[in-house]
Design a binder for this molecule. Structure first.
Ligand code: PLP
Length: 379
């Protein structure tokens, strides 16, 4: 007799499952990659233009330009807006490091304001107090898949004549009061990092804009500062080398028709977690009125976050901490002169946030298993 050990209860829940996603579209993706290789057209061309067109249509902007990464999309946006040394950019301390890094890379100074405790996005009501004569732009992030308050941000930008550059790396497919993602602002930036809601097979990104002037600058800047018509060998400005690979474009084109459905499944998974976890003592993610949240992450707060994470790990569930240290306390940005206590909300969320698996390929059994463990730990 071999008694059961309880091991069959133990499911394995990884934090992401890119392999399953690939296998659903394998034939189409493999064929289109092969056709790019056969064509010998690896940079620019029809496929990149088609992707730019389809994504800008989806996000409600006039123009889109493929670039090498979400980080480059931010750097190029800042550069195209003429932001550089001596300029200040008001941003959030609670984000992935690329947001702050892009500001530093163009030589400008990041100025932080704290986040609100409903969305964990930059608190728009704190921005005006941070404006100085050197302020040139506001750079909010649509964190975890929920848009920052566009109406408030646009109003402040307009009133103070500031640029509005939005880091939407985590929010493709989100909307707010039925306004599309990229309807407002000077530029909206996307990342197609493999684990984003629309992921490439490597690094890739895009800048969206409604401005004819900015798209001209961006087209030039992303390809070595070439002239108006991209004439080879003529440089109007010092630019960058930051193009979106044709191979990445065809991967993204193959996945794009399923983005809506994949986002809907993430939303359904989030609703399922919300239902199962209602009443537990973790603070569940909240969606602000009017926001169509696409749950790039499902992030909860718990005062015993590290123990909760270890408990889940022991039971086969991978989780992540987004983000363990706010930007104003990072060694890289020590020179900005901030100290512990400057942004209490960002600091609290960094201590308590835990993101649990939310990707579309999760099955019900896994969701119930994860929720069951959290209930066991917290109740
Ligand atoms: C992923 C991400 C980026 C950077 O994108 P890359 O494509 O990895 O360069 C920037 N900002 C935020 C908020 C992100 O999540």
């Amino acid at each position: 007799m071999h008694g059961t050990t309880g091991m069959e209860e133990r499911l394995r829940v990884p934090f992401a499952d890119l392999r399953t996603q690939y296998h659903k579209l394998k034939q189409e993706i493999d064929d289109s990659i092969a056709s790019v290789i056969e064509s010998g057209c690896f940079i620019d061309g029809e496929n990149v233009l088609r992707l730019e067109h389809e994504i800008s249509e989806l996000c409600g902007s006039k123009f889109g330009i493929g670039v090498a990464s979400g980080t480059d999309a931010l750097v190029l946006s800042l550069a195209a807006c003429g932001i550089g040394a001596g300029d200040e950019v008001i941003t959030t301390p609670f984000t992935f490091g690329a947001t702050t890094e892009a500001i530093a890379l163009v030589g400008a100074k990041a100025v932080f304001v704290d986040i609100d405790m409903c969305t964990y996005n930059q608190d728009a009501s704190l921005i005006e107090d941070a404006i100085t004569p050197n302020t040139k732009a506001i750079l909010p992030v649509d964190l975890f898949g929920q848009m920052a308050d566009r109406m408030a941000l646009s109003a402040i930008a307009k009133k103070h004549n500031l640029r509005l550059i939005v880091d939407s790396a985590q929010a493709i497919g989100a909307s707010q009061n039925r306004e599309a993602l990229a309807a407002a602002g000077d530029t909206t930036t996307l990342s197609f990092y493999p684990t984003k809601n629309l992921g490439a097979f490597g690094d890739a990104g895009m800048v969206l804009t409604n401005s004819e002037d900015l798209i001209m600058q961006l087209r030039s800047l992303h390809a070595h500062g070439t002239g108006r018509h991209g004439s080879y060998g003529f440089h109007e400005r010092v630019g960058y080398c930051s193009r979106l690979d044709t191979i990445q474009s065809v991967v993204l084109l193959a996945k794009l028709p399923f983005l809506r459905e994949m986002n809907d499944i993430r939303r359904r998974n989030a609703a399922h977690y919300n239902f199962l976890l209602a009443g537990c003592d973790a603070k569940l993610p909240r969606c602000k009125n009017g926001n169509f949240h696409i749950y790039h992450q499902y992030t909860m707060l718990h005062p015993k976050r590290d123990e909760l994470q270890a408990f889940l790990k022991d039971h086969g569930v991978d989780t992540k901490i987004f983000y363990p240290l706010p930007m104003h306390l990072q060694p890289a940005y020590e020179y900005l002169g901030y100290k512990k206590g400057d942004f209490p909300n960002a600091e609290q969320v960094s201590r308590e946030a835990l993101s649990i698996p939310i990707y579309p390929e999760l099955n019900e059994e896994q969701i119930e298993y994860v929720a069951g463990l959290i209930l066991k730990f917290t109740c």
